[in-house]
Ligand binder design. Structure first.
Ligand SMILES: Nc1ncnc2c1ncn2[C@@H]1O[C@H](COP(=O)(O)OP(=O)(O)OP(=O)(O)O)[C@@H](O)[C@H]1O
Ligand SMILES: [Mg+2]
Length: 332
């Protein structure tokens, strides 16, 4: 019997406090086996600890482990999901910007989308969850500063271009690589959702996630099960293959895919005004087709006029971001 098999057996159990299965809420955080004592060791996150719901679940887990699986016993540590305090419970639209491959412009798209939503008078927060390759502070032209807390001990978010911002970069020493793993990563993600004093009237929370389909994606699933995802790719087919994987992962996590943004789609040749497809073409369409989704924007290669990486509405690319924001707003 492997820990994976034990997990599968337990995932069908329902948390009586939420009526969702432990699988649906990704509640089983750890499964271990003590081979000498023949007992199972579990860490499970549930909505409410210490009550009858916990007792009931404990009985059901013991029944499966002992009677069905033949172990001598089971040790369960229940953790309470601080769901009630979480901004995930508020009426905010969560938009995760994701890509399989690095360097395709995910952070640029996330920041510009947040900024375009702001221009349309929405109140926007931005979480930079890209622990290792954090670039949101640079894009938003923010100096490194350590966050401070308010009287209640909640972290005060920074503001840039009218967007409330929190980034892992603010917790690290400037210029030093971040080496958080596992539990610390998880708690950093949790902090962003539970411990930051976001404005109570946020309309959108845009999340710049790390490339790939790893741990953070899983954490985000537990924290914001209702998030929607935008997949960023370049027109290059190599990037699009990996982008599809990110999309498939998002689907598996039961996140809804809004659509595909093809970044660096083309370059407007200043000599003749023609579009040059210097990175090839078709990547966005391919990803959209494979994910049964749509290309919702094609962004050319272009240097912004006014800022480092942000475009304004008086620029072609800024207008494309305006349209993208409008598309989200229509669906409100
Ligand atoms: N449409 C564009 N035109 C010109 N430059 C762009 C465009 N999009 C992104 N870039 C540039 O490409 C580089 C990578 O972009 P960005 O950091 O947004 O990618 P990323 O996918 O977030 O990368 P990482 O995987 O490192 O997080 C940056 O220097 C950015 O300014
Ligand atoms: Mg990035």
């Amino acid at each position: 019997m492997t820990t994976k098999e034990i997990k599968e057996k337990l995932e069908v159990l329902v948390d009586p406090a939420t009526n969702k299965t432990l699988g649906e809420t990704a509640a089983i955080k750890h499964v271990g086996i003590d081979p000498e004592k023949k007992i199972v060791i579990l860490i499970i996150a549930i909505a409410k600890t210490g009550g009858d719901e916990e007792k009931q679940l404990r009985r059901e887990i013991a029944k499966i482990c002992k009677l069905d699986l033949g172990f001598n016993g089971v040790k369960v540590q229940f953790e309470e999901k601080r769901k009630i305090e979480s901004i995930a419970n508020r009426n905010i639209k969560f938009i995760i910007v994701s890509s399989g491959k690095g360097g395709v412009g995910k952070s640029t798209v996330a920041c510009n989308l947040a900024y375009a939503l702001k221009r349309k008078n929405r109140k926007v927060g931005l979480i930079d969850a890209d622990i290792y390759g954090s670039s949101v502070p640079q894009i938003l032209e923010m100096k490194h500063q350590y966050p401070s807390a308010n009287a209640q001990g909640k972290i005060i978010p920074f503001e840039a271009f009218g967007i409330e911002v929190m980034s892992t970069a603010f917790f690290a020493e400037p210029g030093k690589p971040v080496i958080w793993r596992g539990a610390m990563l998880n708690s950093m993600m949790n902090n962003f959702f539970y411990e930051v004093n976001w404005s109570p009237d946020l309309d959108y929370m845009v999340i710049d996630s790390p490339p790939g389909t790893g741990d953070i994606a899983l954490d985000l699933r537990t924290i914001v099960p209702d998030a929607e995802v935008i997949i960023v790719t370049t027109p290059h087919l190599a990037a699009s293959n990996v982008a599809t994987k990110a999309g498939v992962a998002a689907r598996q996590l039961k996140h809804n895919i809004i659509g595909v943004v093809e970044n660096m789609s083309y370059y407007i040749n200043p000599v003749n005004g023609q579009k040059d497809f210097i990175f090839g073409s078709g990547g966005g369409d391919k990803v959209a087709m494979e994910l049964d989704s749509e290309v919702i924007a094609q962004i050319p290669i272009n240097q912004p006029k006014h800022h480092l990486s942000l475009y304004e509405s008086d620029e072609e690319v800024g207008k494309i971001y305006d349209d993208l924001a409008a598309l989200l707003i229509i669906q409100e």
